[in-house]
Design a binder for this molecule. Structure first.
Ligand SMILES: Cc1ncc(COP(=O)(O)O)c(C=O)c1O
Length: 430
């Protein structure tokens, strides 16, 4: 018999706009309102299941929240995905002017080092239940890595489509798992449109096309974890990188469910979105006070966020403004500085998306939109080892040193001298 913590709450797909219910099937768009379908739960049935006690007795991964995730009856997840560290970021806080800054570190998410492991885990559980033998996705990189790895583990065939100019590490991190990878001569929006056509034609489960409503729910686990790791409290602000605009919405949905079920106190949390200037359709919509997304042609090193026509963009823009939050965008130079700042202050090496989030957080604090004494959580969603090309030219390798103490000391003096030179020059000029 399933224990209380592993029991499921009944759920189904429905459209918020038309109110139409769809049961459970691989479908993502309402045929009446043409808007994305959502998963809704029987929240009364969830009450005795989704309790602090049951959650705390659950496994040390995101499946501790399974009674509010769309997991098909009988599916026993065995990959320990999620429950990544929430770390107090005192050093970064000092640098950017926050006394209560936290980093939610999905750069170390299992198994492929990004928050996409969460959404894929939920999507593939449903792919299996719907009987798909082949799964796939359109991806800006991290999703490709995660679908490839988790489908290998589950014994599903994978066919993954990406823009041809993706970072080499993200290509390699897909191929190594034996997935079929198709590089498309176009940007993410071209890739995504092609995937919709393929999903109509073939009986394949595309995690972010026909399985999208289930997939997106996996992101709620980030919100559940933040609240539990803060001691069952909600922060004042959350700063979230945005591509399609799904993650930021689902963290909000998680907080709303926690409040509704009484696991945390009712508190108004403000949501802040982060994008790179070279692809910032949602940030522009927020700044223009509109839900209308004007599609952009992406041109940024933050490739994981490079979605010019984001599926959840209108809803993300509305939600951010309703919470009293804001969205900002930063240049590629600031993205690289953000990566380095987080590494130097907190010892966390993030990919370009995290550089975006760090730089945007600094900007929001300097603008006064986020106050120094408010508790702010910065969502770091991917790992820097996948995007080393954007930062490698910042560092010199240095010459090889002979294995002798004197040579080592000489080299150390050279290094220290190189650092001190500008100060000496200044002192002499005084
Ligand atoms: C590292 C990283 N962070 C954030 C995002 C944004 O997620 P969403 O599309 O849910 O807005 C992505 C999406 O690909 C990503 O790869």
């Amino acid at each position: 018999m399933a224990s209380a913590s592993s029991a499921c709450t009944p759920y189904e797909l429905y459209s918020k706009e038309s109110g139409k219910s769809y049961g459970n099937q691989p479908l993502s768009i309402c045929d009446e309102s043409f808007t994305p379908l959502e998963v809704r739960y029987d929240l009364q049935a969830a009450r005795p299941l989704f309790t602090r006690k049951n959650i705390e007795a659950g496994p040390l991964n995101m499946w501790r929240y399974r009674s509010l995730l769309p997991i098909p009856e009988g599916f026993e997840p065995d990959l320990p995905v999620g429950l990544t560290p929430l770390v107090r970021a005192k050093n970064l806080g000092k640098r950017v002017g926050s006394q209560s800054l936290y980093v939610k570190n999905d750069a170390v998410c299992f198994p492929t080092l990004s928050f996409k492991d969460r959404v894929v885990a939920v999507a593939l559980a449903n792919a299996r239940a719907f009987g798909f033998e082949t799964v796939g996705c359109s991806s800006t990189g991290n999703l490709a890595n995660s679908v490839a790895a988790q489908s290998a583990r589950l014994g599903l065939k994978a066919c993954i489509l990406v823009p041809a100019d993706l970072e080499p590490a993200k290509i390699l991190n897909t191929l190594v798992y034996g997935a079929r990878l198709v590089r498309i001569d176009g940007n993410y929006d071209h890739v995504n449109r092609l995937c919709s056509l393929i999903a109509d034609q073939y009986h394949w489960g595309f995690v972010n096309v026909n399985l999208r409503p289930y997939y997106a729910e996996g992101s709620k686990s980030v919100g559940f974890e933040i609240a539990e790791q803060l001691g069952w409290r909600l922060p004042d602000n959350v700063v979230v990188p945005m591509a399609g605009g799904s993650l930021i919405r689902k963290i909000k949905k998680a907080f709303d469910e926690l409040i509704y079920l009484g696991l945390v106190e009712n508190k108004h949390v403000r949501f802040f979105g982060a994008q790179a200037t070279g692809c910032s359709p949602i940030a522009q919509a927020v700044k223009n006070n509109t839900e209308t997304i004007t599609p952009q042609r992406p041109n940024t090193i933050a490739r994981s966020l490079a979605i010019g026509n984001p599926a959840d963009g209108p809803f993300a823009s509305r939600m951010i403004r309703e919470t009293g939050g804001w969205a900002e965008d930063v240049s590629d130079v600031e993205v690289v500085s953000g990566i380095q700042e987080l590494a130097e202050t907190e010892g966390i090496f993030t990919e370009t998306a995290g550089g975006v989030t760090t730089a945007v957080t600094a900007r929001l604090l300097s603008q006064g939109r986020i106050k120094a004494d408010e508790t702010t959580v910065l969502c770091i969603t991917g790992n820097g080892l996948k995007t080393t090309d954007c930062i490698s030219n910042r560092f010199e390798l240095g010459r090889a040193v002979r294995p002798r103490l004197t040579d080592f000391e000489e080299y150390l003096n050279e290094l220290d001298g190189a650092v001190q030179e500008p100060e000496l020059a200044l002192a002499e000029g005084d």
